[in-house]
Design a protein around this ligand. Structure first.
Ligand SMILES: [Zn+2]
Length: 87
């Protein structure tokens, strides 16, 4: 299972940072965030596939709805393209 990071798990990535562990500016590169967002989306896709196995066609499933809404938000906010997800 891939470890999914949240903001607190990122270390400062500024080139001239003096102390990455304690830096309060915590400059994070956009590409790092996007890469993490892609991991979150792939994790959601795994969960969706699992959920789909037991899902009764046509039945409303709040877990699937929730996963889809979350996936949509992450994709939109981090500007993730289909090409980035295909990697
Ligand atoms: Zn720093």
């Amino acid at each position: 299972m891939t470890e999914l990071r949240t903001l607190k798990d990122f270390r400062c990535e500024a080139d001239n940072c003096c102390d990455r562990d304690k830096c309060e500016n915590q400059s994070i590169k956009v590409n790092s965030l996007k890469a993490e967002a892609v991991k979150w989306i792939k994790n959601i896709d795994t969960n969706l596939n699992e959920e789909a196995k037991t899902h009764v066609r046509g039945e409303l499933n709040s877990k699937i709805s929730g996963l889809c809404a979350t996936r949509e938000w992450i994709t939109h906010f981090f500007n993730i393209t289909d090409e980035e997800l295909a990697k």
